[in-house]
Design a protein around this ligand. Structure first.
Ligand code: 4AD
Ligand code: MG
Length: 463
């Protein structure tokens, strides 16, 4: 037995090609209107953006309860799917029975049609019941699937890299500490703490699965990881969170150009997928969030992804005639104002900036023959700035050791990583795509906190 036998998702009913009898639906009431003889219920079950209209009249069992039904009430209905005489929908359900599944208290905060994003963030446990956040959740789910589909079709293997890491040396950002000791009192504060702690050494939440996934690329050739990553950097911007999801492919027998091609293919395919698969939800974003959305997405499908060396990018910025808050100079990182100029104004589309100064990049990036740059690349896209960061990896043992020494790291901490360079090392490359940054691009949503169900940012950990 099932709890609601024969229940059909609204998305299927709304796409029906003929009328149906004996239909059961269940969901949450978005609105209810009552006239003398009828009540109209707009029902949403989350299966799609659109609501199913339910017509309830005095002949319907449960009609006596209609007064207790309002926005937010959970109901189930049974009846016939018939062609709707009204405007705005093709099908409606003429109910012969209506049941209240869960009452909704009067102080339900989503009574009103529109709320600010800030307010909705403070009720993250309920915001998925709005059109916009329901749509975000569906797009996020479908694109997660599309990520796996993209890689699996190309023969990549999905590797589960660890969340808790014993290597605090990936260099990608500030790390969160993992410990079973009380850091404020007792053993946590003692000199013995490290030995007494759960792992007998310092442990952290991972900032990137890269170093781990590299070891699998050097066995399975084409791999990727897709999981949560954690950064304790105290940056309160609309593009950073303390917990975010990253997709990190790693390919063996490959260089930086293969890496950029893979990134381009992936971004294009995911955008094409979203356009097709999430069309109804994207229409909502195009209407209420960003009116240039569809145009912008199609532009990515049809425009070339420019490749610009870092050195050329600095020249472009210097000769732009633009006054930047931070003056562009060779050897300095690009600021977001620089990124935005390059992608939105200079290239008017996605641009890879590659071959970055060695001194501002991570130890594992492959040194170019000029001795002062590394084979690193960032993909910049309109509206978002940096979407992807990646590189060819230093596969040569002496060069890698030298870099570790230069940065004052301890070789012992990297013994397993260095092993891979001693036992059949090959040129390899990879990148990390910030999944939420990509969702910002695909939905037009301007704040990263609104494309993840439960955002974690400095001083915000409500749920
Ligand atoms: O450029 P990042 O730091 O690269 C790495 O972590 C490499 N180990 C990846 C690799 O080569 N396998 O981060 C990659 C991407 C960024 O381009 C950005 O999109 C996203 O991750 N990102 C963040 N997204 C949200 N909040 C943050 N705090 C982020 N930091 C990086
Ligand atoms: Mg980066």
């Amino acid at each position: 037995m099932a709890a609601f036998p024969g229940r059909v998702p609204c998305v299927e009913l709304l796409a029906a090609t003929s009328a149906h009898q004996d239909v059961t639906v269940a969901g949450w009431v978005r609105t209810k209107r009552e006239s003398k003889e009828f009540a109209f219920i707009e029902l949403n079950d989350g299966s799609c953006l659109a609501n199913l209209q339910i017509i309830v009249d005095a002949g319907c069992s449960g009609y006596a309860d209609i007064g207790s039904i309002g926005t937010g009430t959970a109901v189930a209905a049974h009846g016939c799917l018939v062609e709707s005489p009204g405007k705005g929908q093709r099908w409606e359900l003429k109910a012969d029975s209506l049941t209240v599944v869960g009452h909704c208290d009067d102080d339900y905060p989503l009574q009103k049609k529109r709320h600010t994003d800030e307010f909705l963030r403070s009720i993250a446990h309920l915001r998925a019941r709005t059109n916009k956040y329901g749509a975000v959740a569906r797009v996020r789910s479908r694109l997660s699937f599309a990520v796996h589909q993209f890689f699996q079709r190309r023969g990549f293997h999905y590797i589960h890299t660890p969340i808790i890491t014993g290597s605090d040396c990936e260099g990608a950002g500030e790390m969160f500490r993992v410990t079973t000791l009380d850091p404020y009192r007792g053993a946590g504060a003692s000199a013995q703490a490290r030995d007494d702690d759960f792992f007998g050494k310092e442990a952290h939440l991972t900032v990137s699965g890269q170093l781990s996934v590299e070891t699998y690329a050097l066995a399975l050739s084409k791999v990727y990881t897709f999981g949560p990553t954690f950064r304790a950097e105290n940056s309160n911007t609309s593009r950073h969170m303390a917990e975010f999801w990253m997709i990190e492919p790693e390919i063996a027998f490959a260089d930086i150009h293969d890496d950029m091609q893979l990134a381009e293919d992936m971004v294009r395919e995911l955008v094409a997928f979203a356009r097709e698969d999430c069309a109804q939800d994207l229409e909502l974003f195009a209407k209420f969030v960003d009116t240039t959305l569809i145009e912008r997405l199609d532009q990515v499908l049809h425009s070339e992804f420019v490749r610009l060396s870092y050195t050329d990018a600095i020249d472009v910025l210097k000769n732009s005639g633009r006054r930047f808050e931070f003056e562009p100079a060779w050897g300095r990182d690009l600021q977001s104002e620089h990124e935005r100029f390059l992608t939105e104004e200079y290239c008017k589309g996605p641009v890879f900036v590659y071959d970055w100064p060695r001194d501002i990049k991570a130890f594992y990036m492959r040194c170019n023959d000029d001795g002062r740059t590394v084979a690193a690349m960032d993909l910049l896209i309109p509206q978002v700035g940096e979407l992807i960061g990646g590189s060819a990896r230093e596969e040569r043992l002496p060069e890698l050791k030298q870099r570790i020494a230069e940065l004052g790291f301890d070789e012992k901490d990297y013994w397993w990583y260095l092993d891979t360079r001693r036992f059949g090392s090959v040129p390899h490359a990879g990148f990390g795509l910030g999944f939420e940054r990509f969702l910002m691009f695909v939905t037009g949503i301007g704040n990263i906190r609104d494309v993840i169900p439960f955002p974690r940012t400095p001083r915000h950990l409500e749920f």
